[in-house]
Each structure stands twice: as structure tokens, then as C-alpha cells.
Design a protein around this ligand. Sequence first.
Ligand code: WT7
Length: 657
Amino acid sequence: MSEGHEIDNLLHEDRHFAPTRDFSAQAIAQPTLYQEAKDNRLEFWANQARYLDWAKPFTEILDWSNPPFAKWFADGELNVSYNCLDRHVEAGNGNRVAVYFEGEPGDSREITYAELTTQVKKAANVLISMGIKAGDRVAIYMPMIPEAVVAMQAVARIGAVHSVIFGGFSAESLSSRIEDAQAKLVITADGGYRKGKASALKPAVDAALSGGRCPSVDNVLVFKRTNQEVGWVEGRDVDFNLAMAEASDEHVAQAFPAEQPLFILYTSGTTGQPKGILHTSGGYLTQASYTHKNVFDLHPETDVYWCTADIGWITGHSYVAYGPLANGASQVIYEGTPETPDWGRWWSIVQKYGVSILYTAPTAIRSFMKMGSQVPNQYNLSTIRVLGSVGEPINPEAWMWYRKVIGGGHAPIVDTWWQTETGAIMISPLPGITSLKPGSAQIPLPGIEVEILDDEGAVLGRNHAGLLAITEPWPSMLRGIWGDPERFVETYWSKFEGVYFAGDGAKWDEDGDLWLLGRVDDVMNVSGHRLSTAEIESALVSHEFVAEAAVVGAKDETTGQAVVAFVILRQNQLEKAGSDADVSKILRDHVTKEIGPIARPRTIMVVAELPKTRSGKIMRRLLRDVAEDRPIGDVTTLADTAVMDIISGKVAAGASD
Ligand code: WT7
């Protein structure tokens, strides 16, 4: 196993929740799916793909002649946006609500499929009028409002490629992502509402493009959401609302090849440089819609579905912008934070719209648990019939609370394991079929093949912790890292011959259910969001005070992991730096500026030395022991075995933040 990975062999769960007969009787997913996929995996996927509307039907299913570069349904042609919008209107469902939008200040809008289709057609015409063509990259930096989905769909509709950048990322992060993708256009908003106030976005775009940076960008399309004052660059900035008002609402969607790039989404890896994960059209939409329908048991005529993820993350792509729309679902989009104006906000939304399927992250569930059941208990949550979890392992205690307090003691919970790279859900129970076990993501979906391997690549059986690998290609798999095919091969496909290395530890239990055991690489998971230790370290050492930095993810009750940084200060900066408390504040602010508030370290510890092996590698495992307040593990491979005594002595003396 990789350095520092803890194997949790103690997990043992006896509770099982079998599906009720009523649920199974009406369930979308049929038990035969498993057998069909087993009998002929590729034909199974082709059948799933045929739920989509193909302008030109495919005759090839998978081309795996040049692994790991896969092509799915390659000779087929389709339009992603047509599949998400027009076809529902043509089928007579134009009056179905596509989006129930709830703004944080309390404003709300219902948008039907017919209306959303018109909006996307207009936006597509706006993009065309600005010179955006198929294959061009468009950066999207927006709050969680329907126009964000309109923007994504419009880009997809004309065969261009979007790169959505989470609104919580800083101007620096925005700039490097725009630069890497060579985006021609940025779609943004003046701001959005968060925590009871208008929070600006446009200034970060202005800063990202300032000083001659990002010369690829010709225009910035600005949606007015808050009407706060914003800077305006004549000739570059375009008013989105005005452009939409003037745009034609006629646009015939043209078909593109199945492998037309659909989007790039940046995610953190083990180096300081984020990776632009590339997804394409036909296979991606196939698996996003297949999983959305079967995992959440979607009955599009009656369900109200709500995924709380922001469009800045993969979950907001596959399970807000694409999967639900491809399936003709009615979904809630909420702009703000869960605690605004109070911790009852989400539950008032569930009650108001009669939400029946809720998909969220364990970190949110744990925050609600902390606030107490009396808050959700004040609302009528009886419409809820399926609950989903994503982003990190859900601890059995949170699972039980979620089911009891939010799910009325009966709603099945689907714990869904997947990644930005996998594009869609890979491991999950199927409600109505699977007996549920709290804390386990259970089994791969029909059509997905995984193994747990040891460090040498040998297949492990039950009760042995190892590395999760995906052994067969899948339709929504990443097609590469933008501009860096070598890194793609090296990161995911070189650890074991011909199989995809996920970066997660896992084990099968005695019943053959799968448990995820966290990352085995230098990637942290904070509130279900992926952060790289190296990226934060390089942000820290870019500050003049810092000579060296080591970052670890330490266990945190609410956020899963928290960022803890150990820094050595430059000798000649010591006076300027002031007290440890000053340094801590300055450096935390610096990381926020360099990457964004999500990367802000919870704790910064100023130390004199870092524990290193004789070859100079930082031993993060030992730092994690300190950060988690545990006895220090084996130090025999340290170059200087006294270092840990000094560090833990200082920490015990209360030098942390
Ligand atoms: C990493 C992927 C997939 C969308 C959100 C995160 C962890 C994700 C689970 C789960 C245990 C999970 C893994 C994975 N993860 N879902 N249900 N149980 N761990 O996407 O930022 O690409 O992160 O999140 O460690 O590798 P991401």
C-alpha cells in the first residue's frame, strides 16, 4: 500500500435493509439488468445508448484498439442538447417543469421544458453571433442559477466545449484554467446570492483577464443576477440579458459525432497543476442518463428530483445539467447555502416543491446532524422516497440519521461512488433490488467491472484491503487530460497494465459488498471536494515568508478531512512574519487568494523542520499523526529521528492556529 494509507479492517456492519415489496414492484431498475450486462456487456451498453435519440445511429459500440484511448459509439451522431430538451417538447412534454428555481433571497421561478428549450436556442444564437464555433472552448463561471445550465446546454448545442469553473475558485485559479483550455469566451454573472448577501463574481473574471493574461479570450458574457455594480470593458463585455432579449428563438440542433468533446472539468491531482478532465458526448450522456434513471429510480412524470451539487463540480454536470434533463426530470435548483436564512432552508424547499429524490453529500448530512433533528422535523418531508449520497464514504451513523430523519425511516439510500474521471456513477446499490448496508457503496452497477488489487496488481478476495481498479472501459470514462496525453496514461493507466487505477483504497467484505477506504495518493477530500496537497503546498511556498511547506488531510468530524499545513519560515523573514498567529492568518489568506476559500487551511503549524526520509521525501504519514493527535508511528526511515519529537512537542504546546 502507498505510504500513509490506513487500512480500516475493522469495518463490520450487520444492519441490512431489504427493499420493500411496494418499492420493488414499481422500481425502474429491473434485476435482469445484472444478467443482461453479464451476458453481453457491450450489447448492454448499446441498449442503454439507444434510449437517446441518435441523428445517425451507431453501428460500432466500443473501439478499444488503442488503449487507454477509448471511442464509444464512434460512428453515431447526436446532439446532446437536443436529447436534453427538444425531444421532450416534441414528445408532448413541453409543459412539464424542467427546473424549479429557488433563489437564496426567496425569489422563485418555474421553467418548463418548452421554455428551457427556447432559452437554450436563444443562448446558442448569442454564442454563434459572438463567433463561437464547434470545438471552441467556453469558460463558465456562474452562480447556481438556471442560466448556468442554459449556458452549458447552449455551448453543448453548438458543439463547443465548456469548462465550468466553480464560483468559489479565485481569480488566479480561474486564470490558469482559462489559459490551459485557451477559452475564447467567458460566461459569468455580476454575482449571486450567498449567505444573505450579493456576492460578486465578475471582479474575479476581470482580475483573471487583467495585465494581458488569457489573450485567447475575446469576449465576456455577463448575466445580471444581483444588479450590483460591476466594471465594464467596452468591446469585450456583453450584457447576456440584453443579448438574450434580442436573440432569435429558432435554432435547429445539428448532430455531432459521438466523440465530439463536450466539456473539460479541472480537478486536483497529485501535482501542483490541476488536470483538465475531458469528456465527450454520446458515451457520457448514455451513462449519465442510465445511472440517473436507475440509481435514483426516476419516474419523470411524478418525481421532483433535487441534487444539491454546484455546477462547478462533476456532480453538477452529470446529475444537474445533463442526466436529469436527458431523462425529462423535473428538478430543483437552489442558489444559496443550507444555513440561509437558517438551517431549515433545505427542508422548507423539500416541503415547498414536494421533493421526492434528494442527492447530497455526507458532509452536509453531518452538518445537519450536528444542528439536531428538531430542525428537519419541523417540515413535511413525507414526499421523499429515495436518498442519495456522494463525494466521500458515508459513515454508518450519518447513514442511519439520513434514513431516519430525512427519509422517514423507509427511503432507500444510494451511496454512489464515482469520480470526475468516471463521468457518472460506477458503484452503487440499485433501489428496489439491493439490500442496503449502511456505509458500503455495495456493488458495481450493471455494465461496470472492478477489481481490488494489491500493490503488485494481484486480485484480492474478500476481507483484504487494496486498490480499486476498473478493469473494463465504460461509456462515460474520461477520454484524456486536456493537452496532456502522457499524463493521462501515466496517472491512470500505468500502475497496472490495461486497467484504470482510481486512486482509492477499497475492500470487499464477507458478503461481497464493497467498502471505500479513502484516497491512497496525496489527494485530500474536504467536504466531498478534491484538493491536492501539492497544489496547496505550492501556493504556500509562493509566499515570501515560506521556505518549505507540507500539507496533509487530517480527519475532521464535519468536513471528512481538513487541510492542515506545516510550514518552515524563511530565516530572513522571521521578523516581518510576527507571531505564529499572525503568520497563520496571513498564510491562510494567501491560500484563499491563490486557490480559493475551499483550499483555506484549517490549521497552519509553524515548525523548524519537516520529517523527511534519507532520500528527501516528506513523510506525510507522520505529520498526519500529529495533525490527528495520535501517537507518532514508525520513524525509523527518517533521516533525523529527533525531528518528530520537536514537531509534536511544539504542537502540544499549543502553537497551532
Ligand atoms: C473521489 C472523487 C463523484 C463526485 C464527487 C467527487 C471520493 C466519491 C464516494 C463515495 C467513498 C467517494 C473518492 C473518489 N468519493 N464518492 N460514495 N464513497 N468515496 O468527485 O472530486 O472527482 O472526487 O471522491 O475518493 O476518488 P471528485
